[in-house]
Design a protein around this ligand. Structure first.
Ligand code: 13P
Ligand code: SF4
Length: 392
């Protein structure tokens, strides 16, 4: 794929991360001039092509936008977590869904596909640190805190796609919905039509940014529930008066962009447009020119005028690919110290080849199967999300 010979636009901070220029202020950017060789053994590329051909229509490979190029080149469909959930559900004829993403995405695909289809995650260590920040027993404790003060019945859970199937099941059982970064506002509108307040989990930043920037609520309408403190670290009256109870969770990739990243790039690149994902902290989102889900970041830059400059605050694989696909624009990474999503990057070509070759040999390795009762309730919450009007 052409991405293997992609060259970085001049003066982008991303050059430091690729070892293409030196950073005089730190040991980062040890020089590695010239074109880097393709990251994967060409033999593996041939093996992936061959195994995929042998499997034909029986296999459908999904690739999240944050995946490596070496994996994305084999995806039948790419997208953010919302699009991939829909794509998985729309492919009932495939026996195997190989999900190049993270664990919670593969769980959702298993829930949305029919019982005879098998969903495979090429590396079981591809989890998500944000999803891990909300364990089901912690969420049940939070709900009983709300029950104790009589507000659980008027509270609607809105759970980000980036959560375990168990949390989605909890949400289905308690009349809530799943959302993604593409449709968080629609989900919150729907929830406020049903109840008086929202329990938003696990990403406090997506919840806060949607509430404040898109719903017209104030920062003081939101409180943060810390699962490691009694009553979430909140008084009963703070819980009673909140419009949005945010779970204390965050994305370890997007949560690291700071206001300094925004100020630095504005000082260095005149007329730069700062575009960030809503998982970034509120201060960064407020300082940015635009905020958009993964899918909308791609669309905004594609539609931008030639010659425009973009500093993008999202995962590095995606920013590289957007830069490569938009050679008429200057696309750069918002911060030079932040790297890839380490768990997403567990899926590499060796793991994909291993999954495909095992399937050719009739072996299903690393199947993701959600327990039936959890899947039943999680599907109710996922179907509710799929019925929401999408805002991309
Ligand atoms: P979306 O795919 O919904 O944009 O979420 C971003 C993300 O962090 C995926 O893990
Ligand atoms: Fe989880 Fe963030 Fe990685 Fe997405 S980018 S999988 S939310 S850690």
């Amino acid at each position: 794929m052409s991405g293997l010979t992609w060259t970085e636009p001049a003066a982008s901070p991303l050059l430091y991360l690729l070892g293409q220029i030196k950073d005089s202020q730190s040991e980062r950017g040890v020089e590695c001039p010239g074109f880097l060789p393709p990251p994967s053994n060409q033999d593996l590329v041939a093996r992936a092509i061959s195994a995929k051909e042998k499997l034909g229509e029986r296999v459908f490979i999904l690739g999240h936008h944050y995946q490596r190029d070496e994996v994305i080149q084999f995806a039948d469909s790419t997208g953010d977590s919302f699009k991939l959930a829909k794509d998985a559900a729309a492919r009932p004829e495939a026996d195997y869904i190989v999900f190049c993403g993270v664990h919670f995405m593969a769980e959702s695909a298993d829930i949305l596909t029919h019982g005879d289809q098998k969903v495979i995650l090429p590396d079981l260590a591809a989890g998500c640190s944000m999803a891990d920040m909300a364990a089901i027993d912690q969420v049940e404790t939070c709900w009983s805190d709300l029950e104790k003060i009589g507000i659980a019945k008027s509270t609607v859970p809105v759970v980000y796609m980036n959560s375990t199937a168990a949390i989605k099941g909890f949400t289905g059982r308690n009349g809530g919905t799943v959302c993604t970064s593409s449709n968080a506002k629609s989900a919150m509108d729907w929830a406020f039509a049903k109840g008086e307040r929202i329990l938003f989990l696990p990403d406090q930043h997506l919840g806060r940014n949607t509430a404040v920037l898109q719903m017209g609520l104030s920062l003081s309408d939101c409180v943060v529930y810390d699962p490691y403190k009694p009553n979430g670290g909140l008084t009963d009256s703070e819980l009673l008066n909140a419009k949005v109870i945010l779970w204390k969770g965050h994305c370890s990739v997007h949560g690291r962009f700071t206001i300094n990243s925004v100020n630095d790039v504005r000082a260095k690149v005149p007329d730069v447009n700062v575009l960030v994902h809503p998982e970034c902290i509120n201060e960064v989102v407020q300082a940015a020119d635009q905020v958009g889900s993964t899918e909308s970041i791609i669309k905004i830059i594609k539609a931008a005028p030639a010659g425009s400059a973009w500093a993008v605050g999202t995962e590095l694989n995606l920013v590289r690919r957007i830069a490569q696909d938009n050679p008429d624009k200057r696309v750069m990474f918002l911060d030079k110290t932040i790297c890839y999503c380490s768990t997403m990057n567990r899926i590499d070509l060796p793991h994909l080849v291993s999954s495909l070759e095992n399937l050719v040999a009739g072996k299903v390795v690393n199947q993701i199967q959600v327990e039936a009762d959890t899947a039943k309730w999680a599907k109710i919450a996922l179907d509710q999300m799929l019925a929401l009007p999408a805002k991309i």
